[in-house]
Design a protein around this ligand. Structure first.
Ligand code: DUT
Ligand code: MG
Length: 603
């Protein structure tokens, strides 16, 4: 595995330096590729020198028969060397670039998984997908085509220039007058194209985000019959991408004719001056022939230099974007000096705990409570009052901003996150299931072998066994896109089974029974009662029936504790809890009355 290498040290504000560092472990191979190119370039120049020599010999009176076999052999040999070394260089460069891309892809994937909850809250999925795919591909192309191409251009230029200087230095100098102009022009275009490409890639991310969101929310789109609206929204973004793409292409298409005029003029001048020199007898006809062949291989690199510099910009822009993700701080999973040997007892104390997702916008304020091992704590309160947020502090998904939370007498921040997450089982409010089998979903959180019995017991406890056995493939049924779509209640119950089988020391049930009917809820509650015995449990719920069994009920409002106590205590007080209780009992009483009257009518 190559993921173990920490690529964060490749970070540099200068992408070229970062890209160079990225080549670590492959530099020798890459050097081999460059050297092979040099050999191939030298062999090609050799061919033209040989050609010139041959012409001069013939013109000098030698018969073709005398030197032809040797020259032919020389040509063949040199062509062979050119071909073989070009091939070797291509292969080595491809190997380097593919390895770098593979390493980078693994690294980014691993890195993204370790970023903090807050980072994921703020970052769009489409962006991260683009970083891991098309941006990495641009970096791969940088190494496979552009970096090696730059080497090729440089070598061809140097080798052929040296050969030309050897032939005739004046002629050689005439042949490179245009170089400074081309270089200047290339840099001008490089800056323009970099900007255009960056804008293009940004829009590409916007477009893939729009697409991803539409696909995820396709049901909502259909339910609200908003297809036309969504199509127009997509069309606007797509049009923007088209415009930016056009600008990028315009840059490229402007570059070529200008560069062609420059290099074409150069070639013409070289040929003319060379011809005049040959006619005046300053150089031999053979020299002129060699020159004519080689000058093309000097012009070619000059002409391509610009294109290459322009293309390189995309690799560099993409690398800069990847760097930004790599620079993000990871969630330190193992940080913390206190790891108890046994299971947690589960005594939890909150002292003046406050928390904010964004500065200056506190979501929890001055939370104080204490629960003993094995107790059940219920959180109740209007939507948005901070119940989920409070529960998410326990596995250290987020860090509280002030105050103190202690777990078994030790400050929570001293426990490593991965330890806490191993000990605390959370049934999320909106559980996510993977597109895998039901069995794999239930056993998702555990490494050890799990017996069939265990899985079935957990499913039964979560009151989902019967639903599962009603599917043709039972526990091997695929969930999600390629398999069955589960109902909200089934999903919740699978999530409960997944947590039951994990057998955590502390249990958090975040609105775990909100999508099931009252009958099933009673069933699950009975099963969970066994599970909750001897372990501290947090129940977040809206129904009084779910919270009244708790030892401690905390009523939250606007991020503050407004009432705290047992069911009886809270009922005996004026306040929010009694209001909720009254409303719910009244609704239920009315419901019962109505059911009774309907039944009476029916009979
Ligand atoms: N909030 C954020 N960022 C988040 C999550 C929530 O700013 O990533 C805000 C939204 C809300 C407050 O925090 O104003 C509390 O949210 P929470 O999800 O904790 O509320 P809840 O009590 O669990 O509400 P519900 O009953 O709807 O689940
Ligand atoms: Mg919530």
């Amino acid at each position: 595995m190559t993921t173990s290498i920490d690529l964060r040290e490749t970070i540099s504000d200068k992408p070229l330096i970062g890209l160079f560092r990225l080549m670590r472990d492959f530099r020798l191979i890459y050097l081999g590729a460059a050297l092979s190119l040099g050999v191939a370039a030298a062999a090609r120049s050799g061919t033209y020198l040989l050609l010139g020599q041959f012409a001069d010999n013939i013109l000098g009176g030698e018969t073709a028969a005398q030197s032809l076999p040797l020259v032919a052999l020389g040509f063949l040999g040199l062509a062979g060397v050119t071909g073989v070394f070009t091939f070797i260089s291509g292969t080595l460069a491809a190997r380097t670039s593919e390895s770098i891309a593979q390493r980078l892809r693994n690294y980014i994937y691993d890195h993204i998984q370790r970023l903090t909850f807050s980072y994921h809250d703020q970052t769009k999925t489409g962006e991260l997908i683009q970083r891991s795919t098309s941006d990495i591909d641009a970096v791969r192309r940088f190494f496979a085509e552009q970096a090696i191409g730059a080497g090729r251009i440089f070598l061809l230029f140097i080798v052929n220039l040296a050969a030309l200087l050897y032939l005739n230095w004046q002629l050689a100098l005439y042949s490179i007058v245009v170089v400074p102009f081309t270089v200047l022009m290339s840099f001008f275009f490089f800056r323009q194209v970099s900007k255009a490409y960056e804008a293009y890639q940004e829009q590409d991310a916007v477009l893939s985000n729009t697409l991803q969101e539409n696909l995820t929310g396709v049901r909502v789109v259909k339910a609200f019959a908003r297809q036309a609206f969504e199509r127009d929204k997509f069309d606007v973004e797509n049009w923007e991408k088209f415009t930016r793409g056009k600008r990028l292409l315009l840059m490229h298409s402007l570059y070529w004719p200008i560069s062609d005029i420059l290099t074409g003029g150069q070639m013409l001048a070289g040929f003319t001056i060379g011809a005049i020199m040959a006619i005046n007898g300053d150089i031999s006809v053979g020299t002129y022939l060699s020159y004519a062949g080689m000058v093309i291989w000097i012009i070619w690199p000059i002409r391509n230099l610009g294109r290459l510099i322009v293309q390189m910009s995309s690799g560099m822009v993409s690398f800069k974007r990847i760097t930004k993700v790599i620079q993000q701080e990871r969630e330190p999973l193992c940080e913390g000096d206190y790891t108890p040997a046994d299971c947690l007892r589960g005594q939890i104390i909150f002292e003046n705990v406050s928390f904010a997702y964004e500065e200056d916008n506190p979501v929890l304020q001055d939370i104080n409570f204490r629960c003993e091992p094995g107790q059940i704590v219920a959180l109740i309160g209007s939507t948005g009052s901070g119940k989920t947020t409070l529960a998410n502090l326990l596995p250290r998904f987020y860090e509280y901003t002030s105050g103190r939370i202690t777990l078994d007498g030790v400050e929570l921040k001293r426990y490593p996150r991965n330890y806490l997450r191993g000990q605390i089982g959370v049934v999320e409010q909106e559980p996510f299931l993977f597109s895998r089998t039901i069995r794999e979903n239930i056993t998702y959180g555990i490494d050890r072998e799990v017996s069939e019995d265990e899985i079935i017991t957990a499913a039964k406890a979560a009151a989902v066994h019967e639903s599962i056995t009603s599917f043709p493939n039972e526990y091997d049924t695929l969930v999600g896109e390629k398999g069955v779509t589960l109902s909200g209640g089934q999903k919740q119950r699978l999530a409960i089974a997944r947590t039951i089988i994990k057998d955590p020391c502390i249990l958090i049930l975040d609105d775990a029974t909100s999508s099931v009917d009252i009958e099933t809820e009673t069933e699950i509650r009975a099963a969970l009662e066994g599970l909750m015995e001897d372990r501290t449990t947090f129940i977040i719920a809206h129904r009084i029936q779910s919270v009244m069994i708790a030892d401690l009920i905390i009523v939250l409002d606007g991020g503050r504790v407004v009432q705290i106590g047992s069911h009886e205590e809270l009922l005996s007080q004026e306040g929010a809890y009694r209001k909720i209780f009254d409303i719910q009992t009244r609704i239920e009483a009315e419901l019962e009355k109505e059911i009774a009257s309907v039944e009476k009518l029916a009979s």
